[in-house]
Design a protein around this ligand. Structure first.
Ligand code: URA
Length: 271
């Protein structure tokens, strides 16, 4: 910090530009004054180029142990398959160590709404607000989502299954700087999504945006996919535009409204 507020503002703007958009600690830390520590060893046998031999008279550091190779998708399938209820699944996801998105997130964002709902919504990934509060769709896009579903009589706060919503995402941790989740991140978390649908047992699914379609249907191209009912996990599935897309492209709300009416008609007909 300097005494000049304009310089301070410019410094802040520069940090935000670099992606440092949140305070991690209460006090600033000058990393240049911290004692040097051994660089992190990433993966089996990886040696930092800067590593020096130990000083004379000290025992040599033990040879790095080869880390067991794991198949993260197989691990996810195993963990998800063991979950007997939603609380167990939430705990299994929170304990799952094989998705790097977890490293940069504050909270595991599992679900919100009524698990007894007939309609289960699958979105993309938590954003900043969701990461802080540990709940899906609580930022601006979430407020639009609530208004959209309220227009056809559905709400995450409703007690009756026929007017309720149950909401989750295709990945449970916020990607850095709100980038899209990568296909491999979606693939790792998919067994958990499948278990989530099995345990919540809704009558139908709504997929919001490309990432949800990529995971559940194995296809992207939401402009073509939206509005056409298909099937996944043995359930009817409706792809729709993501509310964040609708905030940027209000003209597409017309199609979103048509999709909501199609959902309402399907529910009216017993899904
Ligand atoms: N967008 C999503 O897809 N999910 C959220 O939880 C928030 C924003």
């Amino acid at each position: 910090m300097t005494a000049d507020p304009h310089t301070n503002l410019a410094l802040l703007a520069w940090q935000i530009e670099l992606g440092a958009d949140e305070a991690m600690l209460d006090e600033p830390v000058d990393c240049f004054t911290l004692p040097k520590r051994t660089p992190w060893r990433i993966g089996p046998g990886a040696q930092p180029a800067t590593e020096r031999p130990p000083p004379a008279g000290t025992a040599p550091a033990p040879a790095p142990q080869a880390l067991p190779q794991v198949d993260p998708v197989a691990e996810a399938r195993r963990a998800a398959g063991q979950a007997r209820d939603l609380a167990g699944l939430e705990a299994a996801i929170a304990a799952f160590p094989h998705c790097d998105l977890k490293l940069g997130a504050r909270n595991t964002v599992f679900a919100d709404g009524n698990p007894a709902a007939r309609v289960m919504v699958i979105g993309e990934a938590p954003g900043k607000e969701e990461d802080i509060r540990g709940k899906p769709f609580v930022g601006r896009a979430g407020q639009l989502l609530d208004r959209m579903f309220a227009a056809i009589g559905l709400s995450r706060d409703a007690e009756l299954p026929e007017s309720a919503l149950y909401i989750t995402n295709i990945v449970n941790w916020r990607p850095p700087q709100n980038r899209d989740p990568k296909p491999e991140e979606i693939a790792v978390m998919l067994p958990f999504v499948e278990a989530h649908v099995r345990l919540a047992a809704p009558d139908l699914l709504v997929l919001m945006g490309n990432s949800a379609c990529q995971g559940v249907l194995g296809r992207r191209g939401i402009t073509r996919l939206r509005g056409t009912w298909t099937e996944a996990f043995g359930l009817p599935v409706l792809p729709m535009f993501h509310p964040a897309f609708l905030l940027r492209n209000p003209a597409a709300k017309r199609e979103a409204w048509a999709d909501l009416l199609s959902l309402k008609a399907r529910l009216g007909g017993g899904a």
